[in-house]
Design a protein around this ligand. Structure first.
Ligand code: SF4
Ligand code: SF4
Length: 310
């Protein structure tokens, strides 16, 4: 089947990048094992539990042969703020799975027979970043994100695994970081101890989203005015400064509860928010992952750091 037509269809569905690769063992499997062994996954124990499957995309679903890997921009040209760009609008999982399901149905219509397959957007044990590099979408930056030379790194990744032979794209084999160390130097908490090594235990994204308990005292001042997630190591990257894509997807536009608010205002709003108000204001938001309890915890840290104002 014509892979150029698949890519055109994917673009029409709102995806910004598309590549096609075979399923198989992940090149990054040894590095992933070492990362787990060093405890850099923090409390995200599900990663170790599903490690064997993650290290080989053939194990995700029996019989799959290829992966159509897609990327969708969440707006790297949007201004910085207390909430990471990816989390300001609606949750991306459902939206992208629906679009990948639509692509799946379109492929079946072109082939003329049912094709076994499944869409994944952080919704299964797959190292999507590894598949994306194999599909030619970019290299692993020293900040650990996948960077595309024409799109930067502010995008979500997803993949549609199919039981279908397709022409494969060449993997991305070059490294365009060179001698740059901007991301390592800019990380406020020292969460990038070496190129391409992320210590989640020190990463603001992990501390403000995934961590369930208290944020360690020594890290609290380093979080500054970041209330949910952190984009710093992507913001400083020259590839994003030059090539970050605009936001095309309306669902990812900032919702009223966060739009245009500085850190202090948002922190105060959250600290005063009831459970019912939270349910309404953050319906369908990725920020629900931290629950109101976690957001209030983060808000208290931000107020410690920036002051309560009047
Ligand atoms: S997301 Fe923030 S805290 Fe985490 S590694 Fe990047 S700059 Fe450091
Ligand atoms: S900031 Fe520099 S070192 Fe870091 S990912 Fe970007 S190009 Fe690579």
């Amino acid at each position: 089947m014509d892979t150029a037509a698949i890519k055109a269809q994917a673009y029409g569905l709102g995806f910004d990048l598309t590549g096609i690769t075979s399923v198989g063992p992940a090149d990054t499997a040894p590095a992933f094992d070492e990362w787990l062994a060093r405890g850099f996954d923090g409390e995200m124990t599900y990663l170790a539990r599903t490690a064997e499957k993650r290290k080989d995309s053939r194990l995700a679903l029996a019989g799959m042969r290829t992966a159509i890997v897609v990327a969708m921009s969440y707006g790297g040209r949007e201004p910085s703020g207390p909430v990471a760009r990816y989390a300001r609008g609606d949750d991306y999982h459902e939206l992208m799975v629906e679009r990948l399901d639509a692509l799946h149905r379109w492929v079946e219509a072109q082939v003329g027979t049912p094709v076994n397959g499944k869409a994944y957007v952080d919704t299964g044990p797959i190292l999507e970043r590894d598949l994306a590099r194999r599909a030619g979408l970019g290299w692993f930056g020293k900040n650990t994100t996948l960077i595309n030379p024409r799109a930067g790194s502010f995008f979500f990744l997803g993949s549609l695994l199919l039981d279908l032979e397709l022409e494969l794209d060449a993997p991305f084999v070059t490294d365009h970081c060179g001698s740059c160390t901007r991301c390592l130097d800019a990380c406020p908490t020292g969460a990038l101890p070496a190129p391409r090594v992320l210590d989640s235990n020190r990463c603001i994204s992990y501390l403000t989203i995934e961590l369930k308990g208290d944020i360690p005292d020594d890290l609290r001042p380093l979080i500054g005015d970041l209330l949910y997630g952190c984009d710093i190591c992507q913001e400083v990257c020259p590839w994003n400064q030059k090539f970050a894509l605009p936001l095309r997807e309306e669902a990812f536009l900032p919702r009223a509860a966060v739009a245009g608010k500085d850190a202090r205002t948002l922190a105060r709003d959250l600290l005063e928010m009831s459970d019912d108000e939270f349910r309404v204001a953050f319906k369908g938001s990725p920020m629900k992952r931290a629950k109101l309890r976690g957001l209030k915890r983060n808000a208290a840290v931000v107020i410690e750091n920036v002051g309560a104002g009047d």
